[in-house]
Ligand binder design. Structure first.
Ligand code: GYE
Length: 311
């Protein structure tokens, strides 16, 4: 047994052995699954993963990256909480010749400062959600409330822009309220309560667009407590495709979601391996898929299927 283990390690000697991962936190079910899968993927590849949870704070992420650099890690994975403010620390990693791979969110820094970024087309996701609403309301008037993700994060900025582009020119659809729920279930519920209050107890709301499923799940609870039927009185469309939203869809309480894979680390480690072992420069953006699911797509089955996917 010992010999086998040593041989297996020897076979990947030039691959990154120690990788630092600066994770945002655990704001959503999707994020928790990404953490689980990153740890799993590292273990399967014999990588020593140094995990740091920033509890939503960019300053904690910057401190973690500096500590990874000081420890001399072979590579760094970074899920950046917000899009701005990374130039200096990325420059420091660059000077230390430690490749950085961005996971699931983007930064506005010079692309030369990181090796590659693994993630979805966040604008497209918003557009898919918006197009679903355009098709579903089919020309009828629809007043929309929007729960935004974390202020200043690329998914909040891009998912808003994508949705707006899809409803542009459809004068029957109007976003009447839009506020951040910070990607959490608790704030999704709280902000939805204020939307309901401000909109005639919810009777003036036709649809909710939430930048992630967790906020939608919180909002669904608020809608029920207000005596309305989510999924019928108020349409619900969101993004991520976590198990709980499929449960809500199966119960008729949510209408549509756009899938985001929580396995960003698999493609990230593949790119790092090719780069470190063969000098292969990866593309600057490794794009994951964005698939729309509705109540017609066997939500109960999708719920079951997702139990084995790290959630
Ligand atoms: O959709 C949300 C999470 O950064 C794209 O972050 C990701 C988002 C994801 O907390 O649930």
């Amino acid at each position: 047994m010992m010999t086998v283990a040593v041989l297996a390690l020897g076979a990947t000697a030039s691959m990154a052995q120690t990788v630092g991962f600066s994770q945002i936190g655990s704001e959503s079910g999707w994020r928790a699954a990404e953490t689980t899968l990153t740890k799993q993927q590292a273990e399967e590849r014999g990588i020593d993963l140094k995990f740091s949870d920033a509890q939503q704070k960019q300053e904690n992420q910057i401190a973690a990256i500096r500590s990874f650099i000081a420890q001399g890690v072979d590579a760094i994975l970074l899920a950046p909480v917000v899009a701005t403010g990374w130039d200096s620390v990325l420059q420091e990693a660059h000077e230390a010749e430690i490749p950085v791979v961005l996971l699931d969110r983007s930064v506005d820094s010079d692309k030369a400062l990181y090796l590659t970024a693994v993630g979805s087309d966040l604008v497209h996701e918003g557009a898919v959600a918006g197009q679903w609403l355009v098709d579903t309301v089919a020309g009828n008037d629809c007043r929309v409330v929007e729960l935004q993700g974390t202020t200043g994060s690329s998914p909040a900025i891009d998912r808003k822009a994508g949705f707006e582009s899809a409803i542009e020119g459809h004068d029957n659809i109007e976003i009447v309220r839009s506020q951040t729920g910070d990607f959490t279930r608790a704030q999704g519920k709280e902000v939805m309560e204020s939307f309901l209050q401000a909109e005639n107890g919810g009777k003036d709301i036709c649809a909710l667009y939430a930048h992630n499923d967790d906020m939608a799940v919180g909002a669904i609870q608020a809608i029920k407590e207000a005596g309305l039927k989510p999924g019928e009185d108020i349409l619900v469309v969101s993004i991520d495709a976590v198990p709980d939203i499929f449960q809500a869809m199966a119960a008729g309480e949510a209408n549509a979601t756009v899938e985001l894979t929580p396995n960003m680390a698999g493609p990230a480690f593949d790119a790092l391996k090719a780069y470190m072992e063969d000098g292969a420069e990866p593309a600057k953006f490794i794009q994951t898929e964005s698939k729309l699911y509705t109540q017609a797509d066997d939500p109960a089955g999708e719920y079951e299927r997702r139990k084995d996917l790290g959630y």
